[in-house]
Every structure is written in structure tokens, then in C-alpha cells.
Design a protein around this ligand. Sequence first.
Ligand SMILES: Nc1ncnc2c1ncn2[C@@H]1O[C@H](COP(=O)(O)OP(=O)(O)OP(=O)(O)O)[C@@H](O)[C@H]1O
Length: 253
Amino acid sequence: MILSGTGISKSFMGVKALCDVSLMVEEGEILGIIGPNGSGKTTLFNILSGLERCDAGEVTLAGKRVSGLPSHRIAGMGLGRTFQNLRPFSGLSVLENVMAGGHLRAPTGILGQILGLPSIHAAERQARLDALQLLAEVGLGAYARSRSTELSYGQTKRLELARALNTRPRVLLLDEPTAGMNDVQAAEILDLVGAIKRKLNLTLVVIEHNVPVLMRFADRLMVLDAGCKLTEGEPRRVVADPRVIEAYLGRGA
Ligand SMILES: Nc1ncnc2c1ncn2[C@@H]1O[C@H](COP(=O)(O)OP(=O)(O)OP(=O)(O)O)[C@@H](O)[C@H]1O
């Protein structure tokens, strides 16, 4: 098991966003997370990645307890993520945006940077090559020098993916990677994510509203409803569960 959350609870000013939620993610698997709006999906990602602290519970990554650590430490230990709302650095080029995610791995210290040691230049060159390679992988090779603001919405989603991959994650949390896309575009981006996952031997946890698309992609689904885990398991069995149909698709569905 590469990622686990045990008994995670979180309230915001008395509103229970998560209530005793546990999850186990095996190395190499794709876990899909679904649930109605406000059911706690993003809060769960925020806790797993260290952006929010849980009120109770524990998160482990590759057997090490990470709950309580700052998000950059958890990222450095191999947990990457993308965000539901796109937020590229608008003043930077596409390439620079990807490289900004890679500084976690920079082998050289601040003193070396001030002194401009040759090893820094070699490291910078390598970082640039790595970022260009990732841009090519996500289909943005031709846009390396463009401003990130010149990219279309779908291309910005790909940039977010490249940026997250540049932290060299073992586990990648994807928050609505296909939001705002039609089914064809959604299938296309998930095909790309799947190919990268296989190539880099990643483990994925994916929040997604497009259930039919996610069903084809995920090995397992977990359903949140009002901050509680409703059920989890094999995708077809989960979406046929009457409790899931009622909670997720609405009463009378
Ligand atoms: N920072 C915050 N302050 C106050 N309440 C919050 C905060 N973050 C989340 N919440 C509340 O916690 C609950 C869960 O929100 P969360 O964003 O995790 O749900 P979600 O399942 O990701 O929703 P969506 O599908 O709409 O993105 C909601 O009631 C939300 O209003």
C-alpha cells in the first residue's frame, strides 16, 4: 500500500466536510473518487497533500506518516497533485511553469546559486531538458516558449499535468482532470494520463464528475456523500448500488 488515510475527519466552522474517512491505495492502481458537490472530495485531497490539516486521523505515504507535514515536504516525498481550478503562473512561459515545479529536486543550495557554480548550470540545463521532455509527453512541445496565458483551457490542463509530473511523484492526485471537457476530449486526456501512468509507473487518485469516463479508467471507485464514505469497490458494482444512485444522481434517479 503506497497511500493511506485512516479515520480522517475535518470540520470548517462547525460544518463537517469529512467524517471518519479511510482509504487505502495500492501501488500502481487507479482509484477514482466520486460524489455530489460539497461531499468532501477536494478537502480529502487537501488533507492527503498537506494543504489542510485534518482534525483527526492519519495519512501515510509509502509507509511513512505524513499528516502534519507541510505540503512541500509531502510533495518532496513523492505525492504530486493538480488542482480543480487552473492556476498557472501567468507571468511565466509554459516551460518556466513546468520548471517551477521541479525546484523541489534541485540538487544545489542557495550558496551555489549565488556563486553561479558550474554544477548549477548543468543542473539548470538538465532541469530544462526534463521539463521540455514532459511538455512533449503531454502534447505541448510546440508551446514551450509561449506565455501560459496564451494556452487554451484544454492545453492549460495539460500544462498542469506536466507541472505536477515534474515533481517526480510516485502518487499523483488529479482533481477533475476532465472538468469542462466533452466526452471525446475527456477520454483523450485520460488516455494520455493512462499512458504516462504506465510509462512512469505511477499510482493515481482521480476526482471526477464524469462517471462514465471515470468508470472506464479507474480500477476502483470510492463514493463520498456529505463527508462520509458511502461505499467503494469495483466501478460497475459501485455505480449500480442504489445508495450511490440516490446520493450521486439525485433522489428519484
Ligand atoms: N476552506 C473552507 N472553509 C469553509 N468551508 C469549506 C472549506 N473548504 C470546504 N468547505 C466545505 O466543506 C464541504 C466539502 O467541500 P469540498 O470542496 O471538499 O467538496 P467537493 O466534494 O470537492 O465539492 P465539489 O464537487 O463541488 O468540488 C462543503 O460544505 C464546503 O462548503
